[in-house]
Ligand binder design. Sequence first.
Ligand code: UDP
Ligand code: MG
Length: 326
Amino acid sequence: MNEPTLTIVVPCYNEEEALPETIRQLRALREALVAEKLISADSTLLFVDDGSRDATWDIIYKASLRYLEVKGLKLAHNAGHQNALLAGMFAAKTRSDCIVSIDADLQDDIAVIRDFVQKFQEGYEIVYGVRKRRDADTFFKRHTAQGFYKLMKAMGVDLVYNHADYRLMSRRVVEALERFEEVNLFLRGIVPLLGFRSTTVYYDRKERLAGTTKYPLKKMIAFALDGITSFSITPIRMISLLGFVSFFVSVLFGIYFLVLKFTGYTQTGWTSLITSIWLLGGLQLIALGLIGEYIGKIYKETKRRPRYIIDLDLFNLPLPQSRHSS
Ligand code: UDP
Ligand code: MG
């Protein structure tokens, strides 16, 4: 018997509406995969409560008492989607051969986890779930996402197109990830960098099971900015380039005004003066803001703060049998 042990890691933030159904469906899938002898019987589902303020943890905790395969990890505060994922993966890695990460709202078709595991058995260490279509997403989400991929590409960051955080990783991959000590770990950018044998599986993205998105515009912008600034210094280069161009243009203007002056035409324009002041002021502000963005990043990294703090870990408790032995 050498079926791999799989852990499905599910970050959950205020997901009380979707969770009961998510737990039901994932349990059924796990059951089926175990029956098909694709994964071992000690495969588990690990729900990471990312500091939710609703009944999310209650639901996870009760399910973990009821079903041995359901595990929970409770973070002490809202550490964010990426960190919740990392917390789950690192907690699960010693007891798993492979780990699948998936969102709690089941927008991603869970049936392809079967394909993920098959690919893993064929020797792939990373399997990316890629969305074939995104019809189910709102018009706004689709276009902002598209813009994000284009922008990242322009900035020289290699992302798997239309792949979010739905993927399988072998234990070796998770161990490699653990060696990236940067506090701000942008998984979608780092994982392709690792260079392990990888492949993709396509699926259709559905609508959210229940509840509302936990990624409002504000979080989306922060996510995109973090992604860019933690991977690319292109923005800084572009600012320098812009600086050179505007310097060159103002020299030309200077010459032009001098010529006007010496040809006796002294009505040099107030308009051009005020425009250049505003233009340069704007450019400087943009440049400062961007530099600040990177300095902020350095500031955060030098503090070496923990990415997340675990409140309760039901995954790495003594083995489940002990629960019934007393
Ligand atoms: N999530 C999280 N912490 C957060 C925000 C989101 O763990 O601070 C989880 C959320 O519960 C979900 C996943 O991250 O399982 C993706 O969020 P969501 O489905 O709301 O994002 P969308 O699909 O709208 O981009
Ligand atoms: Mg979602």
